[in-house]
Ligand binder design. Sequence first.
Ligand code: ZN
Length: 290
Amino acid sequence: MRLANLGGRATLIAPGGDDRGVDIAEASGGKFGPDVQGLYDEWDAFRAFVADLDSSTMATATFDQVNLCAPVPAPRQVFAIGINYRSHAAEAGMDLPTVPATFTKFPASITGPFADVELPNGTVDWEVELVAVIGRRADRVAAADGWAHIAGLTVGQDLSDRHLQLAAGAQFSLGKSHRGFTPLGPWVVTPDELDDPDDLALGCAIDGETVQDGRTSDLVFGVSQLVAELSAVVPLLPGDIIFTGTPGGVGFARKPPRFLQPGETLETWVEGIGTIHTRFAAPAGDRHAG
Ligand code: ZN
């Protein structure tokens, strides 16, 4: 199942097509939706409803993908994990962590899969990430049971202002939470749609030039292990998201370093899920100058 947020309305993507969907509020007679975020609070009931839908008689409508919004628009908690790929630890010159290096991206920084994002300065970097969405409250969950608490997976960019991230000691959360720094989408895919949800290719490209190209099998702490490690400390709530970390190929580790520039477009993908597009603009003050 693929669940999207089409202009604020929960939409089921029709099997076999990326531009046809079913409005969930209409299909359920108002039982579910149109709000997307609330579906994660009643995920098991929603899954049962979708399983009973007769796809041959569903009323589908064509839509334009640019009208998609973030499929998890307002999570209560956003977890993000640093140094969680062996390839990224190596390029950053860091030892592999023994506990997940955890920070947050403040939820108001979330934006959709076809967003324009303002660059606040010249030190903004890219990080493709697999993002896991919680579908069942997780409190002290064993790693073996981690996947049972996941509603699905989506594609994220952990855009990072490296200057602010490393200022004042290392305040990761603020430097990763500028307006629009958390693009998500294009939809949430349930794990059963994937041959092996623990081994997915992922990457990103700037104006068509691939800069990251990895596999989630390189994760130090995989999705189920992260559910265990995080829920040992604090309960994970339905609709929360986990940015699971980024593989090698980020800009700051390059010689010389490379950062995103106004006018560039970043394409970010995860195998079996989809691709998001982020276009960058100069700060508003600069654009108005002259
Ligand atoms: Zn990251």
